[in-house]
Design a protein around this ligand. Structure first.
Ligand code: FES
Ligand code: FE2
Length: 346
């Protein structure tokens, strides 16, 4: 069961051109392409004639032509031409989806089109700002439910085990994690004072000794998370976090369900330091993706075991507070949507 009335990331902008791209999203086959005028179009990937995926056809001007009998569909999904006959049969159309290009991503609305308000896209302005450098790898295809990814991103304790050689540090355990719930968001905050930075941050920020650090994750249902990680000289953490001193990065996370057991994982890293440093570019474009691959191994193994024995007993520990709060918030939104009470989409 997915939340329908929400934006989801469907593709990187760079993935789309005049060749149709097929992608299943929320169990729906979707085809996307860039029309002759440059606008992104997203249609149901199933011809209304004999159900060939339209992605097997070709872009012709602003339209998409089916590869079987040549029916042409415009950007609104209406069939505008049937080769060999002068009229188009009534009801000849496929579904079209609202799309918006923002932050180098294509966002799609899979629910009621009348509720598709661009203002509901998370305000990830760093992803498109000259004072911030961005790494835009992926997407990764992960064989797990998208909620496992949200759990993982909201849980900083796993860094010390899954990522111990890169962004983990066992020196963090004694510092408490605070979970807050407000305005349709879950926030998880941990401040770590006067401790060594993890290996990757030591290198990125050129720190010689101990540092003050912060880990702040914010989650907006159904699947949008930001992980802010920062390091500063001892005694300067709070000040540097406000002023942009020290080292601050955001991991932007938007796992889009393909099905209930597979996910297209879109993510980006943005940073406000070393903007013109190619070594740092490489660290985030390649090194951090390798860090995420460590998560992929965990997530896919988790999913497989959950499918092997569905409903097996599980317990909760303190670090689960934020992921549980995020799941509860999403459950409430899905229940409201199913009951026809609407959600933040209306
Ligand atoms: S199946 Fe698409 S035109 Fe016939
Ligand atoms: Fe991780």
């Amino acid at each position: 069961m997915f939340l329908k009335n929400s934006w989801y990331v469907a593709a990187w902008s760079r993935e789309l051109g005049d060749t149709p791209l097929a992608r299943t999203l929320l169990d729906q086959p979707v085809v996307m392409y860039r029309a002759g005028n440059g606008a992104v179009v997203a249609l149901e990937d199933r011809c209304c004639h004999r159900h060939l995926p339209l992605s097997m056809g070709a872009v012709v001007g602003d339209d998409l032509q089916c590869g079987y009998h040549g029916l042409k569909f415009d950007a609104s999904g209406v069939c505008v031409e049937v080769p060999g006959q002068s009229s188009v049969p009534p009801g000849a159309m496929v579904r079209s989806y609202p799309v918006v290009e923002k932050f180098h991503w294509v966002w799609i609305w899979m629910g009621d089109p009348d509720k598709a308000d661009e203002a509901l896209i998370p305000d990830w302005w760093w992803a498109d700002h000259p004072d911030w450098a961005s790494a835009r790898p992926g997407p990764l295809y992960i064989k797990c439910n998208y909620r496992l990814i949200a759990d993982n991103v909201m849980d900083v304790s796993h860094l010390n085990y899954v990522h111990k050689s890169s962004i983990g540090s066992l020196a963090t355990h004694e510092f408490p994690v605070v979970t807050e719930r407000e305005d349709g968001k879950i926030r998880m905050t941990r401040w770590i004072y006067d401790r060594p930075p993890p290996p990757m941050y030591r290198k990125a920020g050129n720190f010689a000794g101990n540092v003050d650090r912060w880990q702040i994750a914010e989650h907006i249902p159904p699947c949008f998370s930001t992980n802010e990680a920062g390091c500063a000289e001892i005694g300067h953490g709070h000040e540097d976090r406000e002023t942009g001193g020290g080292m601050k990065i955001f991991a932007l996370s938007a796992p889009t369900p393909e099905t209930g057991r597979t996910t297209h994982y879109f993510f980006a890293f943005v940073r406000c330091f070393g903007l013109d440093d190619p070594e740092l570019d490489q660290m985030f474009q390649v090194g951090m993706v390798d860090v995420f691959r460590e998560d992929v191994a965990i997530l896919e193994a988790q999913q497989a075991m959950m499918e092997f024995k569905p409903g097996a007993n599980q317990i909760d520990i303190n670090v689960d507070a934020a992921p549980i709060a995020a799941r509860q918030m999403l459950d409430g939104m899905i229940a409201a949507e199913q009951a026809g009470r609407g959600n933040r989409g209306g």
